[in-house]
Design a protein around this ligand. Structure first.
Ligand SMILES: Cc1cc2nc3c(=O)[nH]c(=O)nc-3n(C[C@H](O)[C@H](O)[C@H](O)COP(=O)(O)OP(=O)(O)OC[C@H]3O[C@@H](n4cnc5c(N)ncnc54)[C@H](O)[C@@H]3O)c2cc1C
Ligand SMILES: NC(=O)C1=CN([C@@H]2O[C@H](COP(=O)(O)OP(=O)(O)OC[C@H]3O[C@@H](n4cnc5c(N)ncnc54)[C@H](OP(=O)(O)O)[C@@H]3O)[C@@H](O)[C@H]2O)C=CC1
Ligand SMILES: O=C(O)C(=O)Cc1c[nH]c2ccccc12
Length: 418
């Protein structure tokens, strides 16, 4: 251990210390934290660390930053929350960006962010396992490159930033394997132009399902939406302000239940009763539900009007799928040309993180409830697992970097005698 410490001192300014010949894997000693994931959370963590003088290394399975935004989202996507709630620490959005930046603008911002803080992730490095080695008191992070080349990064601090949306959730739907039309998850959906004139069933009514249905409508497809449970749909704006901004402001003075009541009254005045067209509301209010379960209310950008006008049909749960048809829980059977699964995403930490205390094996999320989930034992951290969007990522990145900075300073205090 002491020789490792000595090495640490010597290597404090070297990012990579390659020690070949200790087996087939190339082993690299990283003096600072290893961050897994180059999405907004990983970039925010690296930037905050850099700002405090702590070097880090970012490992990313894809070949670019923000791969979720670049490769796995639909073309018409914009931020749903105003830009001031989505900015990463230390760098606001450009002033000439609109209130709700498009995905291209968001990616542009992230590219500029990475450049500004000199963040150069190691791309095409899929982390396949990470575990704490008690014998040396360090993390061993094992990755595999595109050509199968294996690496091991050894470090004191491990920051998990692989996101809540690392893998698509593909539910088991009876008979779906027999369906002759196309079945596609929203992660593979780009635009309704692929479905012009087709009858498309969208399964799931979160923000993705609602917006994809609207996009299909706008491209002259004929969408139907499966709504199996109650859902809160709120207008994106009310009283000339963003619903989210207004809610945050009201929460400074009022209890969550009162703010929820206000949101529901306003929504009723704007939409009427959503239950009358198949979208029943949960018993618990939208913000309370978000805070208790992480279920995000749908922020409507025009889908509801299309449901009201009959351009988007609403169906209950799917009972079974045939070659060309779908039978619903109410017994109705309809033919479809394609099925889009807007069934959400999940964390992938159970598949690679060998530590069982901090992250649940079941859902891959931190076990400790918000706001305590960002820090584990032995130098393990999480950024972007609070179900609070980009706002949550920024808050985590700040906390994590402050915590690591304290250890870093204590460890590497320059040995200057008076
Ligand atoms: C369609 C959509 C729209 C959204 N819109 C908003 C919004 O408007 N506002 C908001 O606040 N939030 C929004 N969100 C929430 C979203 O979670 C955040 O926007 C944001 O992308 C989260 O950043 P992240 O870095 O935590 O995760 P991600 O963006 O998913 O980044 C994680 C990165 O880790 C990489 N990775 C995963 N596993 C490994 C591995 N084993 N090894 C190496 N790399 C790995 C991935 O390739 C990815 O690049 C949206 C989410 C979706 C799906
Ligand atoms: N512009 C923006 O800001 C956007 C933001 N997002 C965000 O991205 C994240 C992911 O959103 P999204 O992709 O919509 O995923 P969600 O997890 O939010 O929604 C998944 C939906 O699929 C339903 N579902 C799951 N399995 C089945 C099934 N077998 N049969 C029927 N329905 C099913 C769920 O129903 P149930 O509730 O019953 O489980 C739920 O309605 C969210 O945080 C969301 O807010 C997404 C799109 C746009
Ligand atoms: O889009 C998302 O996934 C978000 O998590 C953004 C978000 C965080 N808190 C909210 C409360 C109401 C609506 C959206 C969000």
């Amino acid at each position: 251990m002491s020789c490792l410490r000595e090495l640490e001192g010597k290597m404090a300014h070297d990012h990579h210390f390659i020690n070949q010949g200790l087996g087939l894997r190339r082993r690299v000693w990283v003096p600072g934290p290893v961050i897994v994931g180059a999405g907004p959370s990983g970039l925010a963590a690296a930037a905050c660390l850099k700002d405090k003088g702590v070097p880090s290394i970012v490992l990313e399975r894809s070949n670019c930053i923000a791969s979720l935004w670049q490769f796995r989202t639909y073309d018409r996507l914009r931020l749903h929350l105003p830009k001031k709630f989505c900015e990463l620490p230390l760098m606001p959005f450009p002033e000439d960006f609109p209130m709700y930046p498009s995905k291209q603008q968001f990616v542009e911002y992230l590219e500029a962010y990475a450049k500004r803080f000199g963040i150069k992730p190691v791309f095409e490095q899929e982390v396949e396992s990470a575990g704490y080695d008690e014998s040396v008191g360090l993390w061993r992070v094992k990755s595999v490159g595109l050509k199968g080349e294996e690496m091991e990064y050894v470090c004191r601090w491990l920051v998990v930033a692989t996101g809540e949306n690392a893998e698509a959730v593909v539910p088991d739907i009876k008979g779906i394997e027999n369906f002759r039309g196309e079945v596609r998850h929203t992660a593979e959906y780009r635009s309704g132009s692929d479905f012009r004139g087709k009858k498309v069933l969208v399964v799931g009514c979160g923000n993705s399902g609602m917006e994809v249905s609207l996009d299909l409508c706008n491209h002259d497809a004929h969408p139907s939406l499966v709504v199996r449970n109650a859902v809160h749909v709120l207008p994106r704006e009310m009283l000339g302000r963003s619903t989210f901004g207004l809610s945050m402001w009201l929460l400074k003075w009022l209890p969550i239940r009162l703010v929820d009541r206000f949101l529901l009254i306003m929504s009723w005045m704007i939409f009427g009763s959503t239950g009358s067209f198949g979208l029943d509301r949960p018993q618990v209010g939208p913000l309370e539900l978000k805070s208790k379960t992480g279920k995000t209310p749908v922020l409507d950008v025009g889908t509801l009007a299309k449901i009201k006008s009959g351009h988007i049909k609403v169906h209950p749960s799917i009972q079974s799928v045939g070659h060309h048809s779908v039978q619903f829980a109410n017994g109705r059977i309809e033919n479809f040309d394609a099925i889009i699964l807007a069934t959400g995403y999940k964390s992938n930490t159970p598949s690679w993180l060998k530590e069982k205390d901090m992250f649940s094996q079941k859902d891959g999320m931190p076990r400790k409830p918000f706001p305590h989930g960002w820090k584990g034992e032995r130098g393990l951290y999480a950024v972007g697992f609070t179900r609070r969007g980009l706002f949550g990522s920024s808050a985590d990145a700040k906390r994590v970097s402050e915590d690591i900075e304290n250890f870093w300073k204590a460890e590497f205090k320059p040995n200057i005698s008076p």
